[in-house]
Ligand binder design. Structure first.
Ligand code: SAM
Length: 275
């Protein structure tokens, strides 16, 4: 058992999990398309200093660094196992890319040095998303932008919606620790404004799915556990889940999914004069 086994996000400290994460990430069309949307939104000139918060194995850092002719990408992440996967790609290193082993809530970085920052597929893992936004704001230059890209849950309109969302988060917490939670898009906007950023972009990207199994769907396999759990809950919960999220049909061990997966891309700008 590793020293991290009981801590939140222990799986990212496991080299086998890190390698498996990277393998799945490499073949996900949805992630590839979202990387393109993120890069379009960042509209880099090519000489910026850019921060990748929770860089993982560098799957987003690589295409972003490809947009730079000067400047650099700094990736921070506390999981050495994840950082080592990108280091191990020595045959094809990510250009202009440096890695720092640290958490997003307390970045060992000087203030006001980054033109731009992003956090992809990681907001739901942070111990404190509020502290992450505050820290990102501290290290950004005035006018610098923070982009948050994450799977989002539906905003709860009533108690049934709230019960569905709570079940989803409970299931994901079993594998990812008690701090795990998905955000609704409006909650991400609020995180930005509460952190002193002005929301300058607020995109919703929906990817239709009609497939057997969850390959290629970010966070995919845990949705199977959500469906398993719904089988033991009142039928109205399952019905509301299918209305708000996606439909599924089981045949033996197979599950067929149809519907849409939703991802929020929200950008906040550090107001000139803000700390
Ligand atoms: C699902 S991976 C995403 C990695 C990368 N952004 C990508 O999309 O390929 C989540 C990452 O968040 C990192 N992480 C978890 N908690 C963190 C924290 N408090 N501060 C910074 N990174 C964290 C994990 O170590 C892991 O590498």
């Amino acid at each position: 058992m590793s020293e991290h086994s009981h801590s939140a996000n222990a799986q990212f400290h496991d080299p086998a999990h890190a390698a498996e994460f990277d393998r799945r990430a490499a073949v996900s069309d949805i992630r590839g398309q979202l990387a393109e949307r993120l890069i379009e939104a960042m509209a880099l000139r090519g000489d910026e200093t850019v921060l990748d918060v929770a860089t993982g194995t560098g799957r987003f850092a690589r295409p972003v660094s490809g947009c730079l002719a000067g400047g650099s990408v700094v990736g921070i992440d506390p999981a050495l196992a994840m950082l080592r996967v990108s280091r191990d790609s020595d045959a094809d290193p990510i250009p202009r890319y440096g890695r720092v082993a640290a958490t997003a809530e307390r970045m060992p970085l000087r203030e006001g040095i980054f033109d731009c920052a992003w956090v992809a597929f990681s907001l739901h893992h942070f111990v404190s998303a509020t502290d992450m936004v505050r820290e990102a704001g501290r290290v950004l230059k005035p006018g610098g932008r923070l982009f948050i890209l994450d799977p989002i849950i539906a905003a709860a309109d009533d108690a049934l919606d709230a019960a569905v969302n709570s079940l989803i988060n409970d299931v994901f917490q079993r594998s990812h620790g008690a701090g795990f939670r998905f955000f609704a898009q409006e909650e991400i906007r609020r995180l930005m404004t509460d952190g002193g950023m002005e929301v300058v972009r607020d995109d919703l990207h929906t990817y239709p799915v009609d497939q057997d199994g969850t390959d290629g769907i970010p966070t995919g396999r845990h949705w199977i556990e959500v469906m398993d759990e719904l089988e033991h809950r009142p039928p109205e919960l399952k019905a509301r889940f299918q209305e708000r999220y996606f439909r599924y049909e089981r045949t033996g061990d197979q599950v067929h999914l149809s519907g849409g997966f939703h991802f929020g891309l929200v950008a906040g700008e550090k107001r000139p004069g803000a700390d």
